[in-house]
Design a protein around this ligand. Structure first.
Ligand code: COS
Length: 395
């Protein structure tokens, strides 16, 4: 799946213009109000961004993984609040249905996600199960034609805006094989969304608890109609999602680096621009080099993902996605830290924005798998391959 080069370039230049003309000027407002203005949400829908990765036959644009990486890179040159509005529809909220759902499920849900009529949200994490995703306790007990769901999900992105949740719940026993994925309408009786969390950064994005109290969900709403496949669906969705997060990291690293370069040329100390000092130059050069490394790695991972993806588990895909997320999200943390340093005291003051982005990027090392989870995924995959050099090396 991909769009032709001409359509892709048109889309990319529209997003570039949108970021410069509409989103960057609205950054302060979003920070102040902790909300994205309605007219911007409606423009994002008009641009088709909610349906970026959903195939055309279901009403989306149908970009490839590599194209998605480029577009998410572009839109991540501004506050993450804008991308977060549609990020779950493009990624973790919709992909489970696309990968493993039945034709009827795809035909019913995907057009609604693609248009932005419904926001899709991904409910895996629980108060006592984050990194250890196979330990979730939310239960789904079979009862006639339904399942009855009880439990609490935590830090659920877009919960307050969701029209439907891709929910991982336990239908039997212990461990990964007892988990099923459901599509649950947000207006189901007994489904309660908590108050939005107060976060370190990323103002304008919304996360909250989702509580299930005897929520009845039809058996027809099990993704793919097969119980016990939910953990595998979730893991494949996360492999793909990790490339998306890495693109976000690179986009913001580029924004931060350009802010740092601009400031270093404007700010004078000891009678000359600070850009003339080698210690400042080192921070600029290191940031550029690391961004180039991350972006190259991510683009290579995107191409390989397309070549290998056939809907089944693939160790190379998991490794590359985990490695790209690990490197790019750690990289943007270092870039943000250096840019705050280049700004000096101004780097600590809100109006210069870099302190905000410094806080915003911190989350990238935590969600969709912490850096330590990416290390575990990579090491486990490499050491379980038949031969010590069976792995694909980027390039
Ligand atoms: N794709 C498909 N299937 C996968 C998979 C993948 N990427 N990774 C693992 N599986 C399968 C395994 O093949 C195994 O199948 P069988 O039991 O049938 O053999 C099953 O899933 C369990 O795998 P494993 O034993 O490796 O699972 P663990 O419980 O050890 O957990 C980690 C593995 C830690 C990698 C997993 O729990 C994880 O990714 N945690 C982080 C979750 C996360 O990102 N949370 C963020 C919140 S969501 S925004």
């Amino acid at each position: 799946m991909s769009v032709d080069q001409e359509t892709f370039q048109l889309l990319q230049s529209s997003i570039e213009r949108f970021v410069i003309e509409r989103l960057i000027p609205a950054e302060d407002l979003v920070e102040e109000r902790d909300e994205v203005p309605e007219d911007i949400i409606s423009d994002i829908k008009d641009l088709g961004l909610y349906g970026l990765s959903i195939p055309e036959e279901y009403g989306g644009i149908g970009v490839s993984m590599s194209q998605e990486i480029e577009l998410i890179y572009t839109i991540s040159h501004t506050s993450f609040a804008f991308r977060s509005l549609f990020g779950t529809n493009v990624g973790i909220g919709s992909q489970g249905i696309l990968m493993d759902g039945t034709t009827e499920q795809k035909e019913y849900w995907l057009p609604k996600f693609a248009s932005g009529e419904l926001t899709a949200s991904f409910a895996l994490t629980e108060p006592d199960a984050g990194s250890d995703a196979a330990a979730i306790r939310t239960s789904a007990r079979a009862d006639g034609d339904d399942y009855v769901v009880n439990g609490t999900k935590r830090f659920i992105t877009n919960a307050t805006r969701a029209g439907a949740f891709t929910l991982m719940a336990r239908t039997s026993g212990e461990g990964a094989r007892g988990i099923s994925a459901f599509i649950v309408p947000a207006d189901s009786a007994g489904l309660i969304v908590g108050k939005p969390d107060k976060k370190m950064g990323q103002r304008g994005t919304k996360t909250a608890d989702v509580i299930f109290e005897n929520v009845r969900v039809s058996k027809e709403n099990i993704i793919g109609l097969t119980p016990g496949r939910g953990f595998y669906t979730a893991m494949k969705v996360l492999d793909r999602g990790r490339l998306h997060i890495a693109a976000q990291a690179c986009g913001m690293a580029d924004r931060l680096l350009s802010e740092g370069i601009r400031y270093s040329k404007e700010r004078f100390a000891f009678g000359k621009p600070i850009a003339d000092f080698q210690l400042i130059q080192a921070m600029i050069a290191d940031s550029y080099t690391e961004l180039a490394a991350g972006l190259s790695m991510l683009r290579a991972a995107g191409r390989k993902y397309e070549a290998l993806d056939n809907g089944e588990r693939n160790l190379d895909v998991s490794n590359m996605a985990a490695a790209a997320k690990l490197f790019c999200t750690e990289m943007v943390g270092r870039v943000a830290d250096r840019v705050v340093q280049i700004f000096g005291g101004a780097g600590y003051i809100s109006e210069y924005k870099v302190e905000r982005f410094y806080r915003d990027v911190r989350l990238l090392r935590l969600y969709e798998g912490t850096s330590q989870i990416q290390q575990i995924v990579i090491a486990k995959n490499l050491t379980t391959m038949d031969h010590p050099n069976d792995y694909y090396v980027f390039g």
